[in-house]
Write a protein that binds this ligand. Structure first.
Ligand code: ADP
Length: 190
């Protein structure tokens, strides 16, 4: 298996690039944001709970996200590998992922981090909010999500730096330019 984490602040282009990467490398795209939004739409108990946090731009509690991920991992162990998008978002989630992949005789091969300036992130998220109507893409919530990223999520970088799996990638430019940069790193580590 070949597993990567696509990482970066909200609005950095993780979802967009994941779709292209999953096609090229035939990976399973596991987006915790998408799974949570789906649970919200279906009003499952997890969805109802997640709504409270997501609406404010806060993280959904680790236990809930971890519990949700366990099943999806096992369902896809016969695949070529995963692109984790939106996970891990805390050190606790990173440790969980490491242990659980080890148990299944695999690992994360690279944490690809899209680097984008704050002003550009805010601009992209406001535009996305206008198009998609996503309730967390409005200015007050966007600013909180970026702050949460710096406070709770950025420490995940250090976790992968210690494992020698951290790869920063410039997230500015066209979608194809950024995709080429990501593929360049993947070809190196594959
Ligand atoms: P973005 O990267 O643009 O913020 P996501 O779709 O990845 O969008 O996440 C949207 C929201 O879903 C987050 O702000 C958070 O509330 C929740 N969420 C997604 N993944 C996780 C996770 N791994 N742990 C906790 N909360 C999460």
């Amino acid at each position: 298996m070949f597993n990567i984490v696509i990482f970066g602040p909200p609005g950095s282009g993780k979802g967009t690039q994941s779709v292209k990467l999953k096609e090229k490398y035939r990976l399973v795209h596991l987006s915790t944001g998408d799974i949570l939004r789906d649970a919200m739409a279906k009003k499952t108990p997890l969805g109802v709970k997640a709504q409270e946090y997501m609406g404010k731009g806060e993280l959904v509690p680790d236990e809930d996200v971890i519990g949700m991920l366990m099943g999806v991992l096992d369902e896809n162990m016969d695949s070529n590998g995963f692109i984790f998008d939106g996970f891990p978002r805390t050190e606790k989630q990173a440790l969980f992922l490491k242990k659980n992949l080890e148990k299944r005789d695999t690992m994360i091969h690279a944490l690809l981090t899209l680097e984008v300036k704050r002003e550009e992130l805010i601009k992209r998220l406001i535009d996305r909010g206008k198009q998609s109507g996503r309730s967390d893409d409005k200015l007050s919530v966007i600013e909180n999500r970026i702050n949460v990223y710096h406070d709770q999520t950025a420490p995940v970088i250090e976790f992968y730096q210690k494992l020698d799996k951290y790869y920063p990638v410039a997230g500015m430019g066209t979608i194809d330019e950024i995709f080429d940069r990501l593929c360049g790193v993947i070809e190196e580590v594959k």
